[in-house]
Design a protein around this ligand. Structure first.
Ligand code: TYM
Length: 380
């Protein structure tokens, strides 16, 4: 039977059927009873949770059981530097920042600066180093607490991480990674080893503190194969399996198929884009669910489900449910035109980016407060 979509850490294609993916990956739906359990502690639910942008999880109820017994967790997520950060990348990071504030927990953020070097043909380590710096600014600008946040950069912190990576790597066979990532005999051996580096931050705080600490990883579902492999290994080393929360993909500007991708420039809005670039990209590329003519649109109405501007508002830029509903209903009835909907989105993105870019400048002075070092860690 022909498979109509594909999701791996290195490729997302087609119209992703997230219900099918839940079954295929063996994850659990992030259902209302589980959301209510979170709400009991947070008092409110972030719109990324209310709107099911986070739609699946692994062992989140176990993590909450532990939390309720007084066993606090830490957060872990990451970014493999290969270019500028786009607005899709920040979906898991926005939830991480919210969870850090609500649960008052540590955030461990990995920058595997070797990953995309190993996986991409034309990317040097000097380039990934430059992007590591640039990408760190974006993460800091989202407002993480410097007292409770640790950045791990694989090539810089190799001395700290390599020992643990070896312990993990020893328990993963080539045939397992072959099957999980579609590798073959021509795959370079750095790529084959890589998944063990991505597993390390899930156990590193437990190693350093010499006690078992639960770990929660919010991330896009494309990253799940890494943890499917390492979750089998981690308990064998005596640590808790990390819990995971999965988000759907912010679609590319061109439509609801695939994902916004940093390496495909025309699909993405970057956090360093100017207002002119944002305006041009939305007006030129953002796929519209409207009708071909104004008259027809006013008569038949638009389709917000496939309209990229509406989807970006729903997934990121309009947190107010009432305002979002009005935009949805007005667009569906034909009262709101495509050009007007695009203007609303352009205005929202530009005001977000203006503020973000201001904080990004300030972040340049703060980097040292975020990068892991032993003395900072032992003071905490
Ligand atoms: P990377 O750098 O490709 O992506 C960083 C994070 O962004 C998510 N993501 C998206 N989410 C929504 N919509 C999109 N269009 C979109 N594109 C990317 C990814 O799922 C990811 O969460 N190997 C990782 C780096 C990493 C990591 C981790 C990620 C290291 N440790 C732990 C998550 C958790 C990578 O290449 O991510």
């Amino acid at each position: 039977m022909k498979k109509e979509f594909k999701v791996t850490p290195y490729q997302v294609e087609g119209n992703v059927d997230y219900n099918k993916l839940i079954k295929e990956f063996g994850v659990s739906e992030l259902d209302n009873p589980t959301l209510e359990r979170i709400k009991k502690h947070t008092k409110e639910l972030h719109f990324l949770l209310r709107r099911k942008v986070f739609f699946a999880h692994r062992d989140l109820n176990w993590l909450l059981d532990e939390y309720e017994k007084g066993n606090k967790f830490f957060l872990y997520t990451g970014r493999a530097p290969s270019g500028n950060v786009h607005i899709g990348h920040i979906i898991p990071w926005i939830l991480c920042k919210w969870l850090q504030d609500k649960f008052n927990v540590e955030m461990w953020f990995q920058f595997p600066d070797e990953e995309k070097f190993l996986f991409k043909q034309n990317l040097t380590l000097e380039e990934t180093e430059k992007y590591t710096y640039e990408n760190m600014l974006d993460v800091i600008a989202l407002g993480f607490n410097p007292k409770k946040t640790y950045f791990l950069i694989d090539t810089k912190h190799a001395n700290l991480m390599y020992k643990e990576a070896c312990k993990i790597a020893k328990k993963i066979t080539f045939s397992v990674v072959k099957a999980s990532f579609g590798f073959n005999d021509s795959t370079n051996i750095g790529s084959i080893f890589y998944t063990s580096m991505q597993a390390v931050p899930a156990i590193l705080p437990s190693v350093l503190r010499k006690k078992n600490i639960p770990c929660l990883i919010p991330m896009g579902i494309d990253q799940d194969p890494h943890f499917r492999v390492s979750r089998d290994v981690i308990p064998k080393l005596g640590f808790y399996k990390p819990s995971i929360m999965h988000n759907v993909f912010l679609p590319p500007l061109q439509g609801t198929s695939g994902k916004m991708s940093a390496s495909k420039e025309e699909t993405a809005i970057y956090l360093v884009d100017s207002p002119e670039q944002v305006k041009l990209k939305i007006n030129k590329y953002a796929f519209s669910g409207g009708q071909p003519t104004i008259e027809e649109h006013q008569k038949k109405g638009g389709n917000p489900d496939i309209d990229i501007s509406y989807q970006y508002l729903r997934m990121l830029f309009e947190p107010d449910d009432n305002k979002l509903k009005k935009i949805h209903d007005d667009y569906k009835s034909g009262k709101l035109l495509t050009s007007e909907l695009k203007s609303i989105l352009i205005e929202k993105i530009c005001s977000f980016l203006k503020e973000h870019q201001r904080k990004r400048e300030q972040a340049k002075k703060q980097i040292d407060k975020f990068i892991f070092n032993e003395s900072r860690f032992h003071k905490s």
